[in-house]
Design a protein around this ligand. Sequence first.
Ligand SMILES: Cc1ncc(COP(=O)(O)O)c(C=O)c1O
Length: 395
Amino acid sequence: MISFSKRTNYLSDSPTLQLNDRIASLKDQGRDIINLTVGEPNFYEPEQASEAAIEAINTHFTHYTNSSGILPLRQNICEKLLIENGLEYAPGQITVSTGGKQALYNTLAVLVNEGDEIILPTPAWPSYEAQIRLVGGVPHFIQLDETTKFKLTPKLLEAAISKKSKILMLNSPSNPTGATYSKGELEELAPIIEKHELIVISDEIYERLVYEMEFVSIATLSEYLKENTIVINGFSKAFGMTGWRVGYSAAPKVIAKQIAAFQSQITASVSSVSQKAAEQAILNFDSSHVDRLKFCQDSLITDIRQTELDLRIIPDGSFYLFPNIKPVLSKTYFGKIINSDLDFCSLLLDKVGLAITPGSFFNAPNNVRISYAKSLEEIQEAGKRLRSFFSGAEA
Ligand SMILES: Cc1ncc(COP(=O)(O)O)c(C=O)c1O
């Protein structure tokens, strides 16, 4: 009998994979399914990025690169961080990684010792908990809900801090809630973070997908926060480049050095071709994507509000809505009692061919996550199906 390492014993079959298998099997049976479970946009890399990648292949820019990333890409990242976020970094502080996911894992791996507590506001992207446990850390969840608009407050943060607390995980805009912290909200958290000498991992991967408010990085708020925050970002969400696998961390010098050393032993450089693509992509962000996402958000909100789902919070960023399903629980639809978010999502998929993600995947069983990073036509059709579910009409 093979015995696995204690750290990986925690891993189980991802519920997301199981859901995707179910969607795929329904599609194989010829069902017309609208899939709003996905965490990726429906747009693609900028043309300049694909051209640069093709050129990289044609000119054999296809060998190892510096394991932290090619200099021009890191320079472009520094320029972006300075101009758009007001954050000054040197290229040596940037590590280009295999997606934001690896940037995050690198950071946790170099900072966390067995038993260190990482404060994790939740509902949260499931990989945070998995990665924290994989490096031997202990997630300390702060359960958030609609009452604070899914945002951490000074009181909630203070109450969660113990002697073992080392890191605060912040994700703004958030997956799955879309909650985006204003400068004022971050300023209220800053003194507590400083008082308890916490390190902040600030996952800013949805930062460009913000509507009608300005994105602020917590690292800009004070000298302490600049020196104790690791900014995580990447190309997957804003540039539709999920498959290119490019992300990065921007960190204080000493931490960046350790991250670079760690990555050099694990994966070394990201694909040279992807790096060339990213180098151009970052110069060519298409803000019309944000306008289109807003249209989709508005359309879906209008439809959701005609159903029994409770959508009190309109998120300021990312591409997810996170309505509350309490009004639906214990009720009967199509002859079935809905006892959980899983029941609801399953029946919705069966009856009207609409796939959404149960909130329990994110520690929020009273909610569901609906991704609207699709064409407006698909979102309108999804809205129609959602309304038809509540009027009792099968698709
Ligand atoms: C909150 C959050 N952070 C990081 C990532 C990582 O993205 P990638 O590894 O594709 O850059 C994701 C992807 O779903 C995410 O939702």
